[in-house]
Design a protein around this ligand. Structure first.
Ligand SMILES: [Mg+2]
Length: 200
């Protein structure tokens, strides 16, 4: 029997990405951003126009910063347990420029856990408005039965497709007043483990 698929995000689920990102921004451009200032809409976060934002994005993609992000404690052990009964795949909105760095990073911190790594692709070319797109179609393509992601727009898109979803972490961008039935808020990887205990 095929194992049910869990589609798992990287940034701020497996990696401390917002922290790594704002640290890089502060070092490179002298910004004074904190994790709580992080926004997927980089133009809004930096208060820059699209062209200036695009230039900074290219600097980020050309750097090796995503290969230096810290991993989130506890994820690896829980995922090794889940792998027994589930097929684990990555669903990330990272762009293809950082694909090989991402594979190397996964190999360092989460070796032999994931069957596939899928890039949503909507940030390719740093197009305006890309931050409004969701991974809803990608979740369907990979046959996800469950999703773990930190961003409400992806979690809600998954739930709209009937996929049970864990909204991960305690971030300024992911505290909702109400949650649809299929969306469960989890704060830690221990809570992810507790959710899956008894499900397979
Ligand atoms: Mg994320």
């Amino acid at each position: 029997m095929n194992k049910p698929v869990i589609a798992i995000d990287i940034d701020d689920v497996l990696a401390l990405s917002a922290q790594g990102f704002v640290d890089f921004s502060n070092e490179t451009w002298g910004t004074r951003l904190k994790v709580t200032d992080y926004d997927e809409d980089w133009a809004r976060m930096w208060t820059l126009d699209h062209e200036q934002t695009r230039k900074r994005a290219h600097t980020i993609y050309k750097s090796d910063v995503v290969g230096k992000f810290k991993h989130i404690e506890g994820a690896d052990a829980v995922l090794r347990t889940l792998k027994v009964n589930f097929k684990l795949v990555i669903t990330t909105s990272r762009v293809s420029n950082v694909h090989s760095l991402t594979l190397k990073w996964i190999d360092t911190y989460y070796k032999d856990l994931f069957d596939d790594i899928h890039l949503a692709g909507f940030y390719e070319g740093v197009k305006e408005g890309a931050h409004t797109l969701t991974k809803g179609d990608l979740y369907k393509q990979v046959g996800a039965r469950y999703v773990i992601d930190d961003h409400p727009k992806h979690c809600l898109a998954a739930a709209e497709n009937g996929i049970e979803t864990l909204m991960f972490g305690n971030y300024p961008w992911n505290n909702l007043e109400t949650y649809p039935d299929l969306v469960h808020k989890v704060h830690t990887w221990q809570e992810v483990q507790e959710f899956f205990d008894g499900r397979s």
